[in-house]
Design a protein around this ligand. Structure first.
Ligand code: XCC
Ligand code: SF4
Length: 689
């Protein structure tokens, strides 16, 4: 029996440590306690060699019985399980994207209720990106070019697409700009057809560098419709269909591409159109954002639609008056998980915490109500809430929880629904037990909201939007490369620890870090998402660049569907020129240090399929198949020019990632020997400080 973990073994931030201690004192079981109670877990599951795909099984692979009843071996079983995880992850992201597209369609048809299009500029640039004309030619006039070719370049001539620099509709004689609702209708129709496409490949793929599209086409990895891809993944993993682990991995890459370049890309784009493209905003993260004198309402999950309306409703005089009437100073809205990232970036709503802080927030005893929607909302929430006065409200018909109240959210009555929920929270405030309240006085400022549109503006200026300064900094070696550190946090490790140590060390070594999801919040809680962090913690040359542009050394780009922003950032770097023609040539690497969800499995696969290596702090469930593991961690290099790295040790991850970046620089010929030596010396100096 291993010794029980202390709160310090479970978390690094003082707020979480304090709440883990309080949970134990209050007798409230938390995810860490349950993980400890579960023990190491079933090794068949961990190794990926348990199959329950048909009722002749379940079958488990052992040295004595190396084949399932149907003859499937460990390679087949583990690869099928992996592909199913990718399909589930892709489904979660994409279904979220679909609900936003349906809202866009409803607005276009005048059925949007309390919603409207916030960012018409983004609507027009998106329309151009997806080949929709945003102006109509009057009869008898010729247009000045096909929107499709303008945006996507001419693949036959090897041209790459360009970022949409301007989206002013042509105002010349004979051309009438379309009304936003008409553009929205056309765009929604194109997006919906991306889900239902039965033949041919996704339109969205053409946003990628032309060379990468060629890799996908050559290897049969270009997905058709998003829904079709997910159905195909489930079909080929049914008993008795696909048994070749290579082919199953190719299926995983293809399905993941339908997520990253399809469902997630669409989710990000439509969120920006509906709720506004994020711009840098400075706010706070960690449990200290809860306020003792206010009604605390937490939004938790992934879908931003309801939360958008809640932000407005919180400021409604009726709600403010109601809060005052029960003796509170108002309503304080704060977020958990990716909903937090969505509203942080667009409204400056503070972040109470990341995934593993959802229960700990309730343990403060100061949360009147938590609203959950889809994904990453633990089943345990109602039972934790019962130990305090907190109410849990579910809002999505596919995500209910016993012990929670279900108030179905409907965009046609969004404001009324938001107010109903807030009134409930206010009515609950007098039930707060002051003896049970302990809000940790811990919060850190952070800057979030680095959409590509913002980065283009910051680097190039509004009139010369460009990634050029970034490319130049990489070419001259002031920035060694780019690391995307993303994904969840996992109760099996020490929360945030790997993410934060990795990020700290990489910026010290002059690597610019891009983040999303719970990883971004982990670093936000440590103060790494501020321009001041560049001064204090970044290596000397990264610091120079950050100071010149006014950015933090770690850029928070949004929620997990916003990993699509990282794909596009890398694409813009390629298109800017000087760093190769494909994503696989960039001095860039991804990492999901503490991942736990199927969505993270999908994300990791679409990065590798896009040509970007990914370091995983914990392996996929494939260790029971040496052949499969080797194919993922070595063999894929030949197919897509990138691979996975299973690295549990953070120091080893740091060295692997830096070495990878330097190898890519060498291959590009931008590492002149003398310069590299000088850099290495500087590096050592930076390390000595
Ligand atoms: Fe969930 Fe998105 Fe993972 Fe965090 S990072 S634990 S998926 S909230 Ni998306
Ligand atoms: Fe066993 Fe094959 Fe059925 Fe899986 S599909 S449970 S390995 S018989």
């Amino acid at each position: 029996m291993p010794p029980l973990r202390t709160p310090q073994d479970k978390a690094i931030d003082p707020a979480s440590i304090a709440m883990l201690e309080k949970a134990a004192a209050d007798g409230v079981p938390d995810a860490f306690a349950r993980a400890d109670a579960q023990g190491k877990g079933c090794t068949f599951g961990t190794d990926g060699v348990c199959c329950r795909l048909c009722h002749m099984g379940p079958c488990r692979i052992t040295a004595k019985s190396p084949l399932g009843v149907c003859g499937a071996n460990a390679d087949t079983i583990a690869a099928r399980n992996l592909l199913r995880e990718v399909a589930a992850g892709a489904a979660a992201h994409s279904d979220h994207g679909r609900s936003l597209v349906l809202l866009l369609k409803a607005i276009a048809e005048g059925r949007g209720g309390d919603y409207q299009i916030k960012d018409e500029h983004r609507l027009r640039t998106a329309a151009l990106e997806w080949g929709i004309d945003i102006a109509e030619e009057d009869a008898g006039t010729r247009g000045c070019g096909d929107a499709e070719t303008r945006r996507h370049g001419d693949a036959a001539k090897g041209e790459s697409p360009r970022p949409p620099l301007s989206a002013s509709p042509r105002q010349s004689a004979g051309v009438t700009p379309l009304a936003p609702r008409e553009i929205a209708a056309r765009l929604a129709a194109v997006f919906l057809s991306e889900f239902s496409l039965q033949e041919g490949k996704l339109k969205t793929l053409s946003l990628a560098p032309v060379q990468r599209q060629g890799v996908w086409d050559r290897h049969g990895l270009s997905p058709s419709g998003i829904d079709r891809s997910i159905v195909e993944a489930l079909h080929r993993t049914h008993m008795g269909v696909d048994h070749d682990y290579h082919n199953l991995v190719h299926g995983a890459l293809k399905t993941a591409l339908a997520d990253g370049w399809g469902g997630s890309m669409i989710a990000t784009t439509v969120s920006d159109i509906l709720f506004g493209t994020p711009e840098p905003v400075r706010w706070y993260a960690n449990l200290g954002v809860l306020e003792a004198r206010k009604v605390n309402v937490l939004v938790h999950g992934h879908e931003p639609a309801l939360t958008e309306i809640l932000v407005a409703a919180t400021r409604d005089p009726e709600i403010v008056a109601a809060a005052r009437a029960v003796g509170a100073d108002g309503v304080n809205l704060a977020g958990i998980c990716c909903t937090a990232n969505e509203v942080l970036m667009r409204h400056g709503v503070p972040v109470a915490g990341n995934f593993l802080q959802q229960e700990l927030a309730i343990v403060t005893g100061a949360v009147e109500l938590m609203i959950t929607d889809v994904q990453c909302c633990m089943a345990s929430l109602p039972s934790v809430a019962r130990c305090y006065h907190t109410q849990i409200v579910t809002t999505n018909p596919i995500a209910r929880n016993l012990g929670a109240e279900h108030i179905e959210f409907n965009e046609h009555s969004a404001l009324a629904c938001a107010k109903t929920i807030l009134h409930k929270a206010i009515a609950n405030y007098p039930r707060r037990d002051p003896r049970k309240v302990a809000i940790p006085d811990v919060k850190h400022p952070l800057v979030a909201g680095f959409s590509n549109e913002t980065i283009l503006n910051m680097l190039g200026g509004t009139f010369r939007r460009s990634f050029r300064p970034l490319n130049d900094a990489i070419i001259t070696g002031r920035i060694r490369g780019i690391a995307g550190i993303v994904g969840c946090i996992n109760v099996r490790g020490r929360m945030d620890d790997y993410i934060v140590r990795l990020t700290r060390e990489l910026i010290k070594r002059n690597v610019l870090v891009l983040q999303t999801g719970c990883a971004a919040v982990a670093c936000g809680k440590q103060g790494l998402l501020t321009p001041e962090a560049a001064l204090e913690q970044a290596g000397p040359s990264l610091r120079e660049v950050c100071e010149a542009v006014g950015i933090p050394p770690v850029l928070h780009m949004g929620s997990c569907v916003d990993n699509s922003r990282i794909l596009m950032a890398a694409t813009y770097v390629v298109q800017e020129g000087g760093l190769g023609n494909d994503l696989s040539q960039l001095p860039a690497i991804g990492a999901a240090p503490e991942w736990m969800s199927e969505k993270a499995v999908a994300i990791a696969h679409y990065f590798v399929a896009s040509g970007v290596d990914v370091v995983l702090g914990r392996p996929f469930h494939t260790l029971g198949s040496e052949a499969l593991t080797q194919y993922l961690c070595e063999g894929l290099q030949e197919l897509v020019g990138a691979r996975f790295h299973y690295i549990a040790d953070v120091d080893q991850a740091i060295e692997t990632m830096c070495a990878h970046i330097e190898r890519k620089r060498d291959a590009l010929g931008i590492n002149r020997k003398a310069e590299r030596k000088l850099y290495d010396m500087k590096d050592r100096r930076a390390l000595d400080v």
